[in-house]
Design a protein around this ligand. Structure first.
Ligand code: ZN
Length: 261
């Protein structure tokens, strides 16, 4: 999905090799291994030059709002992918993050995705994400009733990131009954949360109050970040999710999550 996050492409390459060599045995159904954004991977960028974030186009509003001559690679690609994504029984989307983070999933709430998510080795499960639901691929799949999960496997620069993505993908195939054998990771504790705030970068002077890590706990009053005129603090205990100072002004700089009741 994002070209600067090659762990997903690495994971499906390894899974394809495992099927070819017989290391993995199909148990039922059909497995689709899709490299969503090969052009951005070739460029090593989140999205292609002149393109757009492929995981923010799934409401297809650009079709009415942007003349076709201004579309980039991802605008065409998302329409192609839309045709491919039909009646899947379950769907997994793999990502990595700028800051270190424990592996976490984002569910689209379609049963039985939350039960599957708890068996793939993640630490947190986001059950709703304020402000993003209709723009991301799992939101689009919700409209057609496909149980879908996006997983952030860890940091881009973690030397183990591709192995982690591979293990998560393999556990997902096992949990859905698509492959035989292996160890079930049912025993790790998964905390369920809701993302309740989305903070955009107010200016180029904005900086974090601390070098936040993913799912770091913020106490009430903690300084999220500031620029010359704005200071953003939290009013209740929450978690930092996907902190990234190095985004453009107006883009999402951090999300805040709270425990599900
Ligand atoms: Zn991503």
């Amino acid at each position: 999905m994002h070209g600067n996050e090659p762990c997903g492409a690495d994971a499906i390459r390894q899974l394809a090799e495992d099927f070819r060599s017989g290391d993995l045995t199909p148990a039922g159904g059909t497995v689709f291994l899709i490299h969503a954004n090969p052009e951005a991977t070739a460029q090593g960028r989140r999205h292609t030059r002149g393109g757009a974030d492929l995981n923010r186009l799934w409401d297809f509003s650009f079709v009415d709002e942007l003349r076709e001559s201004a579309w980039g690679y991802e605008h065409h690609r998302v329409l192609d992918l839309k045709e491919t994504l039909g009646n899947f029984d379950a769907f997994l989307d793999l990502h990595s993050a700028t800051a270190p983070t424990p592996p976490f999933g984002v569910s689209n709430g379609e049963s039985p995705i939350d039960e599957i998510a708890k068996r793939i080795g993640i630490s947190y499960l986001v059950q709703s994400w304020y402000g993003l639901a209709d723009k991301v691929i799992i939101g689009f799949l919700k409209l057609s009733g496909v149980p879908a999960l996006s997983v952030e496997c860890g940091a881009h620069d973690d030397p183990e990131i591709s192995r982690k993505a591979y293990e998560i993908a393999k556990s997902f195939l096992r949990a859905t009954g698509a492959i035989e054998g292996g160890v079930d990771l049912a025993d790790n504790e998964v905390r369920t949360v809701h993302v309740v705030e989305r903070i955009t970068k107010p200016s180029n002077q904005f900086g974090f109050g601390s070098a936040w890590k993913g799912f770091q706990e913020l106490e009430p009053g903690a300084l999220v970040g500031r620029d010359r005129v704005t200071e953003i603090r939290v009013s209740r205990r929450c978690y930092a999710v996907l902190p990234n100072e190095r985004v453009d002004v107006g883009d999402d700089v951090i999300y805040l999550a709270v425990d599900a009741e």
